[in-house]
Write a new protein. Structure first.
Length: 205
């Protein structure tokens, strides 16, 4: 079953700004290895994000794939935040281009980096959120439901963190977007009561 949900843009604060149905803020401090990223890589990364924020899907996919390919070259024990961000934005660009299965693959890579345990709550939310969006658009509603639930848990944790208290508007907006999107997924699954609970929580934010 396909889910017909408008694609918005995910946003992140220290790494990105843009994705599907919500704003995602990322505030984890860069590791030493992240600080060593070249200026050319950062310029390419910014180009990717700019195209995603403009919903220029054709150029975004090309630019973001270059960033993801470069991220693949990093030592897997380094550059955790940068790698996750690259894969999240590549997934977002693929969703905008309606290449949903490819977006799930990119989302898998983002989640795999998060599972190494070096990210903050909001960054983790971004990874699960973008994969959940990709899964929903690809028609895998059960997986989308699970990932969006995880994204919401991480974002709630982020709201209760020092960064979340400082950026409460941005974090609340992110969580609201996740909940609204999740409600549509649950409705498509025929889970009207669960969808109503998500909508009610979103309405309070």
């Amino acid at each position: 079953m396909k889910v017909l949900i408008p694609i918005a843009v995910l946003s992140m604060v220290t790494l990105p700004h843009s994705l599907v149905g919500q704003d995602v803020t990322v505030t984890a401090k860069a590791t030493t290895s992240d600080e060593s990223i070249s200026q050319s890589y950062m310029a390419l990364n910014q180009e990717c994000r700019n195209f995603v924020s403009k919903h220029d899907s054709a150029n975004a996919v090309v630019a973001c794939k270059k960033v993801a390919d470069e991220a693949d070259k990093f030592d897997p024990k380094t550059h955790f935040i940068a790698r996750r961000g690259a894969y999240v934005f590549y997934a977002a660009s693929l969703i905008q281009a309606k290449k949903y299965q490819d977006a799930v693959v990119a989302g898998n890579k983002a989640v795999a980096v998060v599972q190494l345990g070096h990210d903050d709550a909001s960054g983790s939310s971004a990874a699960y959120g973008v994969r959940g969006n990709a899964e929903a658009f690809a028609g895998d509603l059960a997986s989308a439901d699970r990932d969006l639930e995880k994204a919401e848990i991480y974002e709630r944790d982020g709201l209760n963190s020092p960064a979340g208290r400082e950026l409460s508007f941005e974090y609340s907006k992110t969580l609201k977007g996740l909940l609204m999107f999740h409600a549509q997924v649950l409705s498509a699954m025929g889970k009207s009561d669960a969808a109503a609970k998500k909508s009610a929580e979103a309405a309070k934010l």
